[in-house]
Design a protein around this ligand. Sequence first.
Ligand code: ADP
Ligand code: MG
Length: 253
Amino acid sequence: MQNPIIVVDNLVKKYGNFEAVKGISFSVREGEIFGLLGPNGAGKSTTLEIMETLRIKTSGKVFIDGLDLDQSPNEIKQVIGVQLQTSGYYPGLNLTELLYLFAALYNEKINALELLDSVNLRDKAKNKFKELSGGQKQRFSIATTLINQPKIIFLDEPTTGLDPQARRNLWDLILEIRKRGTTVIITTHYMDEAEILCDRVAIIDSGKIIALDSPDQLIDQLVNKGFEKKREVKKANLEDVFIDLTGHVLREV
Ligand code: ADP
Ligand code: MG
């Protein structure tokens, strides 16, 4: 791959005697939306948090934007945006105050209203974090990843627990962020979401990558092996019915 923005080479993470990540390797292109998929406990969050400099690896090499994780973790922090778990915010501060707090931590000057606008939360500027719905909390946490105008953002299950409208709204936001040139690394348990959003996905199982390709290629490979769906494929699914009946409009405002 020419000029990958992320290179992970033979990454291993042990917790005591337990090997959670067993020598995985992959590269991510600049501007790509790259998915890490896999069952609970597969090692997705561990891998993300190592790339985010938040967890110490056991062995292997990681390069982010040409920077060696072993030598330049602080420089890496400046080019990445990391989404905190939604429990990580002071619940009593309003969104503007929270953004300025984060900006101060990053030593960045920001326009909080513009940033809130970009995630469709301008009218919640004076609301406290705890007053937001699940989807709004996720959008806000994505806004915080954008504070330092990162080249790469990492999103760990950003749509888990959201209703179909909020989920689709977040897809649009992620696609918009990528359109501005930002590389996105995302984990999800929703395969429809991965199919729509991701240029390529790595499927991880028990700490190993068992497949890595575009969703389209992976599906074609399965079909070529002779796989057939048991039931006739309908032209819509229950989620389409739900969206058709309840509309695309966000309900949480
Ligand atoms: P995923 O995000 O794919 O669900 P994780 O990376 O969170 O998986 O976890 C991978 C494995 O490592 C799991 O078996 C988990 O229990 C274990 N694990 C994660 N964090 C720790 C930790 N701090 N100490 C010990 N084991 C851990
Ligand atoms: Mg996880």
